[in-house]
Design a protein around this ligand. Structure first.
Ligand SMILES: Nc1ncnc2c1ncn2[C@@H]1O[C@H](COP(=O)(O)OP(=O)(O)OP(=O)(O)O)[C@@H](O)[C@H]1O
Length: 262
C-alpha cells in the first residue's frame, strides 16, 4: 500500500506550552489508525494541524506527496482530507437531511447561492442513501437539535463523508455518547468507512473500541508519540499502561503483547 500521509518533525508551541513535539508519522492508504492519550497530550492539536485548522510552528505535512502546510481546511477537503469534530458541527434548527444536502452543495463547490437551489433531486437522493448507510434513515426530517447525541455524531461524520474524502480524521467520534451506545455507533461508522476504502485516523479514549477497530495505535503523551504499534504492543508499553490505559484495566490477553517504543 502506498503512503497517503507523511508527517515530518511536526512541532506546535503555544507560548511556553509544547503541544506537539517531534511528531513523525507515516500512514498508508486504507490504514485504520487510532490515536490515544491523556487529556492535554496533544491529540486534537495534531488533528487540527493535519486538517489545516491550526498552523504548525515547524515541520512538514505531506498528503499524497504534496506539502499541505499553510493550506486552509476548505482546500484540504478539496484535496480529499476531511475531518469530524468532538462537538458535531450541525445546524440544530435544520433537519438531518437538510444539513447533509447543504454540506454536499458546499463540497461540490456549487455553493449555497441565492440563485441555486441546493435541494436538487439527485443530491437529495444521494444524501438519503448516505444517511441510510449511517443508519439514520429514520431521522431524515427531524431537526438535529432534537436528535440524540449519537445520531448527531453519525450525522457529523456523514457530512464529512459526503465530500468522498480519501482520508478522514475523527476527533473523538464516541465522546458524549453513552457506554451502551458507543460500541454500536463505532461499528456503524467503521462499517460505512471501510466499505468506501477510506483511510481513517480516530481519537478514542475507549480501549475496547481501539482494539476492535484499529490495526495500529499512536499513543500521545506530553505532546509526543511514545508508542506507534499494534494495540497489543501499544497497551503493553509501561507509560501507556500507567498514564493512558490505567494499570489493571488492560486485559490479560493484551498484557501478553510486547513493548515497542516509537
Ligand atoms: N489554542 C490554544 N492555546 C493555548 N494552548 C493550547 C491551545 N490549544 C491547545 N493548547 C494546549 O496544548 C496542549 C494540547 O492540547 P490538545 O487539546 O491538543 O490535547 P488533547 O490530547 O486533544 O486533549 P483532550 O483529550 O482533553 O481533548 C494542552 O496543554 C492545551 O492546553
Amino acid at each position: 500500500m502506498s503512503t497517503i500521509l507523511n508527517v515530518m518533525n511536526l512541532e506546535k508551541r503555544f507560548g511556553s506550552v509544547s503541544a506537539a513535539k517531534n511528531i513523525n508519522v507515516s500512514v498508508a492508504e486504507r490504514e485504520i489508525v487510532a490515536i490515544i492519550g491523556t487529556n492535554g497530550a496533544g491529540k486534537t492539536t495534531f488533528v487540527n494541524m493535519v486538517t489545516g485548522w491550526l498552523a504548525p510552528t515547524s515541520g512538514d505535512i505531506r498528503f499524497l506527496g504534496t506539502s499541505i502546510v499553510g493550506r486552509r481546511p476548505r482546500e484540504m477537503t478539496q484535496l480529499g482530507l476531511c475531518r469530524s469534530f468532538q462537538v458535531p458541527q450541525v445546524f440544530g434548527s435544520r433537519s438531518a437531511l437538510e444539513n447533509l444536502v447543504m454540506a454536499a452543495a458546499v463540497a461540490e463547490r456549487s455553493g449555497l447561492s441565492l440563485f441555486s437551489d441546493p435541494f436538487t433531486e439527485e443530491r437529495v437522493t444521494r444524501c438519503e442513501m448516505l444517511l441510510r448507510d449511517f443508519r439514520i434513515g429514520d431521522y431524515l426530517h427531524r431537526k438535529t437539535a432534537q436528535l440524540p447525541q449519537g445520531i448527531r455524531k453519525l450525522l457529523d461524520i456523514a457530512m464529512a463523508m459526503i465530500a468522498m474524502p480519501k482520508m478522514l480524521l475523527l476527533d473523538e467520534p464516541t465522546s458524549g455518547v453513552s457506554i451502551d451506545e458507543k460500541l454500536e455507533l463505532m461499528d456503524i461508522v467503521m462499517g460505512a468507512l471501510k466499505a468506501r476504502e477510506v483511510t481513517v485516523m480516530f481519537i478514542e479514549h475507549d480501549m475496547e473500541i481501539v482494539e476492535k477497530h484499529a490495526a495500529r495505535v499512536l499513543a500521545f503523551f506530553e505532546g509526543g508519540i511514545i508508542s506507534d504499534a499494534s494495540p497489543q504492543q501499544c497497551f503493553a508499553h509501561p507509560t501507556v499502561q500507567t498514564h493512558i490505559v490505567g494499570e489493571g484495566k488492560v486485559s490479560a490477553r493484551l498484557k501478553k503483547g510486547g513493548v515497542q517504543d516509537a
